[in-house]
Design a protein around this ligand. Structure first.
Ligand code: FES
Length: 66
């Protein structure tokens, strides 16, 4: 399913990115473009990252414990 319509990013792509070491939304956005436009996908992208074992502190731009 599409998570980010603006950049055409799927849930599979988010999980793949997490499996390859992406740990926060900033990294995901740089890698895939997810969340870089309207931002409506951010909650779902963060949830997927969290489910994959990563979580993002957007203000600090650092990974935090899930
Ligand atoms: S839906 Fe992801 S930035 Fe718009």
């Amino acid at each position: 399913m599409y998570v980010c319509i603006c950049s055409g990013v799927t849930d599979r792509a988010v999980r793949q990115a997490a499996a390859e070491g992406v740990r926060c939304l900033a990294d995901l956005s740089m890698r895939t473009g997810c969340g870089a436009c309207c931002g409506s996908c951010v909650p779902m992208a963060e949830q997927l990252l969290r489910e994959a074992g990563a979580a993002c502190d957007q203000k600090a731009g650092t990974a935090i414990a899930a």
